[in-house]
Design a protein around this ligand. Structure first.
Ligand code: SAM
Length: 342
């Protein structure tokens, strides 16, 4: 029996102990990245040895097992997903779940640097909307935030994505004293190009060699400042992720807020996260995890894999409790965002 056949006889639907259906899988396909964003990675990161990574075939197999159990949205992330060698072949194979109607969405989060090369191919593989991370439109600040990145390349990536017909959402992390004054400009630029903008609170993940308190800017404050300039109308719009959206009356565009610290959104969490080594995290903000690589490699069939997935979902915690204050200067978790995937 091949593995697609094996999963097709399984009952659908993964529901955790709090009654939340797991319909969204985020997969970090590599821990490597061509940028070194100051809030995400330390400058000298040590990366995983290649043999520890799931192969592209194994990634397909795990993703497909989740799709067979009711996952409707798949997001590839990283590290930078587009620097993983051969990554287009994974998009190509996963596109069969879009074609069959099993998946509502196949998507990715990217820093945009490789999009001039890959945008058209992504579109051809059934990707419709993508998230591109961009915190500033100032080239010097961009370099300072990303340490290694070039703004022009990312802007060319955004052009390429839009030219290929991909719908783009910009994700910006709100950074105290860095881009806080620029957020209105970023908003008007994104909306002017027909792109949604989501602003994200910095989360205390991984030791990045800088104080979190220096970076942290509560979105309650960002929002209060935006309300002085714009009319923000609440929207019911949801993308299956944690963002809460408003319509900005003056621009006509959508603005999202992801606020893990000032307001956690765990009650509606529908997500789990797989690392590139096959470790499943049931919560971004908790340490508990399940090894899926061993059951995956232990047999050609998917029985062991499904049993491990079920056991993991049965342990999904109620929520996270990130804190950034003067007493909690250390990361809440040792894990970097580039490991679990943002
Ligand atoms: N390389 C891709 C990118 O840049 O979008 C995908 C991976 S990156 C880890 C995904 C997202 O996580 C980015 O938007 C990044 O800004 C965000 N991110 C990374 N570390 C974060 C942190 N500590 N707090 C909040 N967001 C973070």
């Amino acid at each position: 029996m091949d593995f697609d056949e094996a999963v097709s006889v399984r009952p659908a639907s993964l529901v955790d102990p709090f009654g939340r259906a797991i319909t969204y899988l985020r997969v970090s396909v590599t821990d490597r990245c061509d940028f070194r964003c100051v809030y995400c990675m330390a400058e000298n990161m040590s990366f995983l040895p290649k043999q520890d990574l799931l192969t592209l075939e194994e990634l397909d197999r795990v993703c497909s097992a989740f799709v067979a159990r009711g996952v409707r949205k798949l997001r590839l992330t990283g590290g930078e997903p587009l620097v993983r060698r051969g990554i287009m072949s994974l998009f190509a194979s996963l596109s069969r779940h879009r074609a069959s109607g099993a998946l509502d969405e196949l998507t990715l989060t990217t820093n945009g640097s490789q999009l001039p090369k890959y945008a058209a191919e992504l579109k051809a593989h059934g990707v419709e909307r993508i998230n591109i991370s961009l915190d500033t439109l100032d080239a010097d600040k961009f370099r300072a935030i990303t340490r290694w990145g070039e703004l022009d390349k990312v802007l060319a990536g955004i052009d390429a994505a839009q030219a290929a017909g991909l719908k783009v959402k910009i994700n910006a992390v709100a950074l105290r004293g860095v881009n806080e004054d620029e957020l209105p400009q970023l908003l008007e630029w994104a909306h002017g190009r027909g792109m949604d903008l989501t602003i994200i609170e910095v989360m205390p993940l991984g030791d990045v060699g800088e104080g979190r308190l220096d970076q942290y800017l509560p979105l309650s404050l960002v929002r209060a400042r935006l309300v002085d300039r714009y009319t923000l109308d609440e929207l019911d719009y949801r993308t299956g992720g944690p963002a809460r959206y408003v319509r900005v009356k003056e621009t006509g565009g959508r603005l999202g807020f992801i606020t893990p610290l000032t307001h956690n959104f765990c009650e509606s969490c529908n997500r789990v996260r797989l690392t590139c080594t096959g470790t499943l995290y049931m919560c971004l903000g908790q340490e508990d995890a399940a090894d899926l690589r061993s059951p995956l490699r232990a047999s050609e069939g998917n029985e062991l894999l499904h049993a491990a997935i079920e056991a993991a979902i049965a342990r999904k915690p109620k929520g996270h409790d990130f804190i950034i204050d003067r007493r909690h200067q250390r990361p809440a978790l040792a894990r970097h965002m580039s490991v679990t995937g943002g």
